[in-house]
Ligand binder design. Sequence first.
Ligand SMILES: *Cc1c(COP(=O)(O)O)cnc(C)c1O
Length: 362
Amino acid sequence: MTLLEIDLKKLEHNYHSLRKILNPKSKMIGVIKANAYGAVSESIAEKLVELGTEALAVAYVKEGIKLRQFGIKVPLLVFYPQIENFRDIILHNLEPVLYSKRSWEMFKKAVKEEKKSAYPIHIKYNTGLNRIGFQTDEVVWVLEQMKKSYFKVKSVFTHLGQTETPKPNKETENQILLFEQIMQKHNQALKQKPEYHLLNTSGVFNYPNYHLDWVRIGIGFYGFANHPEWNDALKPISQLKTRITQIHEIKSGETVGYNCGWKAFKNTRIAVLPLGHADGFSRQYGHGKGWVLINGQKAHVVGNVCMDMVMVDIGDIPCNEESEVVVIGDGIRADELAENAGTISYELLASLGNRIPRILIN
Ligand SMILES: *Cc1c(COP(=O)(O)O)cnc(C)c1O
């Protein structure tokens, strides 16, 4: 059976490692979108709050409702709220990120309809990523709106495009400069200074002078920081393990898998594993791009990954049907496996399907 083991002790280690390098005045937003990057959002949220994480964030409203229903009480940001869910945000005491005049007006309408005032919100500016955010020249409009009492603006932020790239990096410097101008305008216009943030995990390591009031940490809690040196401070919290379902003796010249995806050039042994692209072990790991560890030895994926099963070449590796197989974990880092297949740890982790049981280790 395939299992994802999630070690909360390692999460605790990562929390303390990150807290240690963080400016003591800065607070943490723990990012637990996409089921805590493929782990299990409720238990991770609970643990992060217990450790002292001051706020949490999800991508979508539904994810936030799930955590509120589980009993998570800390401020809970919704990074990418959709207008059709604005009422649900208020009903579940979530804090939306507003990113455009339209989102601002529509949320204001929802707040009025629910007869609320000073509703907590966060404002996001686009400083170059060109994903979501108010344009920098809309700051005057935003400041004008802030004089009214519908919202309590809890923070103002932007998102950088490449915090892991070695310094100096012109695009990042440019984004930071634009954000500094926005901060200045907000500070001048308002009696009460809002709180500011701009960094994700790699940014916390790479830009220690810009921790500001908050940082937004996702992948770091799960054990990765997008750079070998920074990774050293962290421990991957998840291990994906499975067991061999069947072993075949394969003769030279035989093929394995759909579309004869692989052909043996000598006699060998093939192990069939109960894991496939429906579980997030996608076809990009086929044809030798991916591998697993059996008895500490590498066995490469042969041919095409199927929906529910994958075949690996075990040659002379000592093992039998039932032997344990490590897919991600000690000896196989998710970031290395992902990179070899042309993707990143974020995608590999967040894609792990809900057919795989999650086991917590305390
Ligand atoms: C996902 C996300 C983060 C977390 O980034 P990591 O690289 O995982 O630390 C931070 N900010 C925003 C806006 C995000 O969407």
